[in-house]
Design a protein around this ligand. Structure first.
Ligand code: NI
Length: 179
C-alpha cells in the first residue's frame, strides 16, 4: 500500500475542519486507514491524522504498541484507529511537554495539554471506543485530534522561547530523525 505525501504547515488543507465519517467498514475507509498506517510507519510518527495526507475526514491513528524511535522514552500507546473523536478533559490540570509534528518537520515546541481526558469515537468497523487516559497517551490523542479542527501544535505554543529546531534544542537526538 502506498506511503502518502505528508502535507506541511502552510498548506491550507491542514486548516480545515474535517467532516465526520458517515459510513463504516467500507473499502474506502479501510484503504485510507492502511495508507495512514503505512505513512506513519515510514515516518516513525507517533500519530497521523487524515488531513495530513489531504483527506478531509475525522480519522486519526496513533500508537504502535512498541517504543517509538522518535520518542524512545515515551510510554507505549496501543495502536489505535479513531474516527469521529470526542475529547472531554476530566479536570483542569494541564501539563507542558515537548511536541513535534510530521507536518512541521525539524521543529519542536512546548505545548500545554490536558493531563487527563476521556475520549470516545469509533473504530473503522463502527465499534465504539471509550477510554480514560492520561499523560503521553492523552497528549498524543489531543495533538492528533487538533488536526481535525485545523490546529497545528505551534498554534498552541504559549512561550516561544521553548520552540525551535530539533537539532539545536536536542543536539544529541538522532540526526536521521528529521522532525
Ligand atoms: Ni501532528
Amino acid at each position: 500500500m502506498p506511503v502518502r505525501h505528508i502535507l506541511k504547515m502552510g498548506d491550507p488543507r491542514l486548516l480545515r475542519v474535517a467532516a465526520p465519517v458517515t459510513a463504516f467498514d467500507t473499502d474506502a475507509l479501510h484503504l485510507l486507514v492502511t495508507d495512514l498506517l503505512d505513512t506513519m510507519a515510514a515516518a516513525n510518527g507517533a500519530g497521523l491524522a487524515a488531513p495530513q495526507i489531504g483527506v478531509d475526514l475525522q480519522v486519526v491513528i496513533f500508537g504502535s504498541g512498541a517504543p517509538n524511535p522518535r520518542y524512545p522514552r515515551a510510554p507505549i500507546v496501543p495502536q489505535t484507529v479513531l474516527c469521529n473523536p470526542v475529547i472531554t478533559p476530566l479536570d483542569a490540570e494541564e501539563q507542558m511537554d515537548w511536541e513535534g509534528c510530521l507536518s512541521v518537520p525539524g521543529l519542536r515546541g512546548v505545548v500545554p495539554r490536558w493531563q487527563r481526558i476521556r475520549y470516545t469515537g469509533f473504530d473503522p468497523y463502527g465499534d465504539a471506543i471509550d477510554r480514560t487516559v492520561e499523560g503521553f497517551h492523552a497528549r498524543v490523542v489531543q495533538h492528533e485530534c487538533d488536526h481535525l479542527i485545523g490546529k497545528l501544535y505551534p498554534m498552541r505554543v504559549r512561550d516561544f522561547t521553548q520552540f525551535g529546531f530539533t537539532e539545536v534544542l536536542f543536539p544529541g537526538l538522532d540526526a536521521a530523525q528529521d522532525d
